[in-house]
Design a protein around this ligand. Structure first.
Ligand SMILES: Nc1ncnc2c1ncn2[C@@H]1O[C@H](COP(=O)(O)OP(=O)(O)OP(=O)(O)O)[C@@H](O)[C@H]1O
Ligand SMILES: [Mg+2]
Length: 268
């Protein structure tokens, strides 16, 4: 994996979420950018690491409208971050397992409901999770069932396979043209709270953030020294505490800023 080292200054409880699969085109960049947008809509300090090899994430952040909640590239040197989302492509999980485990606190694996993708996903997850490096420092891993059309044989096949694999499904995302359109505009569905079709998708992103946040403490809740007299996290960064982060919805009230995010539309 040609990795960008994630050495951006991080706040104490900054977690790194790696979106990865050895299979191309399964939705890694779509998931990474939408997750960034969903966190940013909640006022969370989030940055994207673009490891996808094609510069898609960098392009997305460059396209992002100035009035959309801020998502930066992790290399841009923002002083304190709460979440870092890594858009990653891995070629050989057996050789790169150690690197993946070292760079992340949680791994999300998007998978498409096709026979080829299911086989590739199975190989990837099995190769990763059976490596000694992973066993020595296991991370939460969740599958994102992506581009699912409900009540189809393909969906049933994917869900059956995931049940056998014994890896949790973090969320199921529908197949929607919104994702491609939003990506081209530097947006995620969380930015499109004025667009009716996007509001349907937002339920999934709320569910995904909820799932992710529920997994993170299991690894990161190691004792941390308490600095005396330290101002609260909210006071330091104006960011939401975790409880608010998980329960907060999208939209102006959730953004933390005085003005709040502006509604975005996709050009026809
Ligand atoms: N849920 C979805 N609904 C509709 N289209 C989607 C969805 N998820 C991804 N796509 C589309 O699938 C294509 C591939 O998605 P994406 O670029 O996110 O995959 P990737 O895994 O990052 O690919 P690569 O391996 O080339 O980096 C894009 O055109 C994207 O818009
Ligand atoms: Mg990509």
């Amino acid at each position: 994996m040609k990795t960008q080292t994630v050495e951006t200054p991080r706040s104490e409880q900054c977690y790194r979420i790696l979106v990865v699969n050895a299979k191309g085109g399964c939705g890694k960049t779509t998931v990474a950018t939408n997750l960034c947008a969903a966190y940013a809509a909640r006022g969370v300090a989030v940055a994207l690491v673009d490891n996808d090899g094609q510069g898609s994430g960098a392009h997305w952040t460059a396209q992002r409208p100035a009035d959309a909640p801020l998502v930066e590239l992790a290399s841009s040197g923002r002083p304190a971050l709460d979440r870092i989302i890594i858009d990653g492509l891995v070629h050989d999980p057996e050789r790169e397992a150690g690197e993946l485990v070292a760079m992340a606190d949680l791994i999300l694996v998007p998978m498409l409901p096709s026979a080829i993708d299911i086989r590739a996903g199975e190989r990837f997850i099995t190769a990763l999770m059976t490596r000694p490096e992973f066993r020595a420092a296991p991370l939460p891993v969740g599958v994102i069932a992506n581009r699912v059309q409900h009540n189809t044989p393909a969906q049933a096949h994917l869900m059956h396979f995931l049940g056998c694999l014994n890896v949790p499904v973090a969320v199921t995302l529908r197949d929607s043209p919104l994702y491609g359109e939003a990506m081209g505009a530097g947006l995620g569905v969380a930015d499109l709270f004025d667009v009716r079709a996007a509001r349907k998708e937002m339920t999934a992103w709320r569910a995904l953030i909820h799932w992710v946040e529920a997994q993170l403490p299991s690894r990161a809740a190691q004792p941390r020294p308490l600095a005396a007299g330290r101002p609260s996290r909210e006071a330091r960064h104006g960011m939401p505490e975790r409880a608010r982060l998980v329960s907060g919805g999208q939209g102006p009230a959730a953004a933390g800023g005085s003005k709040g995010p502006q509604p975005h539309r996709l050009s026809a």
